[in-house]
Ligand binder design. Structure first.
Ligand SMILES: [Zn+2]
Ligand SMILES: [Zn+2]
Length: 150
């Protein structure tokens, strides 16, 4: 269920990439590992089950990308297809939602995964974009260049 997004500064060409949400599992040492999509990776992933969803999120305040846990289930989720759906994620009986994802760098709330609509962004800018100015030059705007889905 993951999507990837690429944003390019309209001034200097700097590129920011976000991605997610991706299923993960935790091994016996509680290490977070990619679960695989749409099928679990061969090996232990299927045994442990989906423990939650992670993503590479962009913080518009400190302008950095962080690999973060978005949702983590109390009990790992097992299903035949190795894929979980938002209906399950949003079922309060199934998971512990930490609420809004907080930036580990600057502690602001409001990490961003995908492009925002025009009216949520700077006035006058064209196309879909990521909130805020370019992290490199500070003058351009990050505009969506391409995205993918798996
Ligand atoms: Zn931040
Ligand atoms: Zn720039």
């Amino acid at each position: 269920m993951a999507s990837g997004y690429k944003f390019e500064c309209d001034r200097c060409g700097y590129i920011v990439e976000t991605m997610g949400p991706s299923e993960f599992y935790r091994d016996g040492q509680r290490n977070r590992k990619p679960y695989g999509h749409p099928l679990p990776f061969p090996g232990e992933a299927l045994d442990y089950g989906v423990k939650g969803l992670s993503a590479d999120l962009y913080c518009p305040f400190c302008k950095k990308i962080f690999d973060m846990v978005m949702v983590e289930f109390d009990i790992p989720y097992h299903c035949d297809k190795g894929e979980i759906f938002w209906d399950d994620v949003e079922d309060p009986d199934r998971h512990r939602n930490e609420g809004s994802v907080i930036c580990p760098g600057c502690k602001h709330v409001g990490m961003i995964l995908g492009p925002l609509h025009k009216d949520e962004c700077k006035p006058g800018a064209e196309g879909e974009m990521l909130a805020g100015d370019c992290p490199k030059c500070g003058e351009g705007i990050l505009v969506s260049r391409l995205s993918w889905m798996s």
